[in-house]
Design a protein around this ligand. Structure first.
Ligand code: AFP
Length: 340
């Protein structure tokens, strides 16, 4: 008899909750896993929109079709607003915080999320993802406020993502390693598939939108040349040479580098010094996972997790992956790019 255990995400979350836990956190993680199943079901049908009706049109049942990112945003909010586990949410899709309706009790947790990242990839059937981070409220007496959402990544109590790819995977950490679960679409269950993921060393890949080379600072240009083995005595060449892979879907690019080792970079540009990535919804949650997996994330000068957000939609340059590769980015930037 094969005795390898089959462990559902529900079982795993329950087995790993501290003995003193109230169950709020466990429930919230389970709600996110449920949201992931709803979103996965809809994303796999995305290619049918031309047949079943486009966003904005009405379907056979007379319901209006929603764009997938609007659907994902809506489903996460509706699964979490009434449970008494969350005091406030913030989504990449909304300018302001999402308070818990007065009719419902508030809870101790703050949920920030990017409901569907890489949505420009939907039309071409390429992987997309959901990213989330969970903080504790700063004031247990009050209903959730903006300050609760503007916490540095160091305060995260959990973070993760759901990758809608060839399979749907949920990868998360609560500060005790990074674990991955693959959705069995027939059973509708996430099953533990990747235990305690660590970024392999030596790394295999680097991921950047190389067509922006001329927009980058001299330090970033030198760094990318180094990644290609064209700059510096210690450049990764020969056996250690890196291959370039870029999907343009952060969750997909990060996931590949998490499993194979590597670095993803979306630097600032000369005309857009803060780059494109959102600190709260993208950079900080993935930075938390990277550090849990033995890696590191930086804005080129300091750890992403140490940046205190000044506003909800703040952007940041992002270098994330194996620690040695990210620290090398900091080295080149400090060497060649004077601080303003
Ligand atoms: P979209 O949601 O507009 O597709 O943007 C996705 C994203 O924020 C991130 O997932 C990618 O890593 C990055 O943008 C790709 O940006 P470029 O197209 O500028 O390379």
């Amino acid at each position: 008899m094969n005795s390898d255990k089959i462990i559902t995400i529900e079982r795993f979350i329950l087995d790993n909750q501290p003995t003193y836990a109230s169950g709020d956190f466990t429930g919230l993680m389970y709600d996110i896993a449920l949201a992931a199943k709803f979103i996965a079901f809809h994303t796999t049908r995305a290619g049918l929109v031309d047949i079943l009706g486009r966003a904005g049109a009405t379907n056979i049942q007379g319901e209006e079709q929603q764009k997938l990112d609007v659907f994902a945003d809506n489903i996460i909010f509706r699964l979490c607003d009434h449970t008494g586990r969350v005091c406030v949410m913030a989504s990449e899709e909304h300018e302001d915080i999402l308070p818990i309706p007065e009719a419902y009790e508030k809870g101790p947790y703050v949920l920030v999320f990017d409901p569907l990242d890489g949505s420009s990839n939907i039309d071409v059937n390429v992987s997309i993802g959901t990213i989330f981070g969970i903080y504790r409220t700063l004031d247990w007496e009050k209903r959730g406020r903006l300050e609760d959402c503007l916490q540095p990544g160091r305060n995260l109590v959990a973070a993760g993502y759901i990758l809608y790819g060839a399979s749907t995977m949920m990868v998360y950490s609560t500060g005790r390693g990074v674990h991955g679960f693959t959705l069995d679409p027939e059973l509708g269950e996430f099953l533990l598939s990747h235990v305690n993921i660590m970024m392999p060393n030596p790394p295999t890949y680097f991921s950047a939108n190389h067509s922006y080379f001329r927009r980058w600072s001299p330090g970033v240009q030198k760094y990318v040349s180094w990644l290609q083995g064209r700059e510096g005595d210690d450049a990764p060449v020969g056996e250690r040479a890196l291959s370039e892979r870029y999907i343009g879907s952060l969750v997909g690019d990060f996931h590949r580098n998490l499993l194979k080792g590597g670095v993803f970079l979306y630097p600032g540009e000369l005309k857009r010094p803060q780059g494109k990535m959102r600190l709260l919804y993208e950079a900080a949650p993935l930075a938390y996972l990277a550090e849990q997996a033995g890696g590191y994330a930086s804005n080129g000068r300091k750890a992403i997790l140490d940046i205190v957000p000044a506003d909800l939609h703040q952007r940041t340059p992002l270098f994330i992956g194996n620690r040695s590769l990210v620290e090398k980015a900091e080295f080149f930037i400090n060497q060649y790019d004077p601080e303003d």
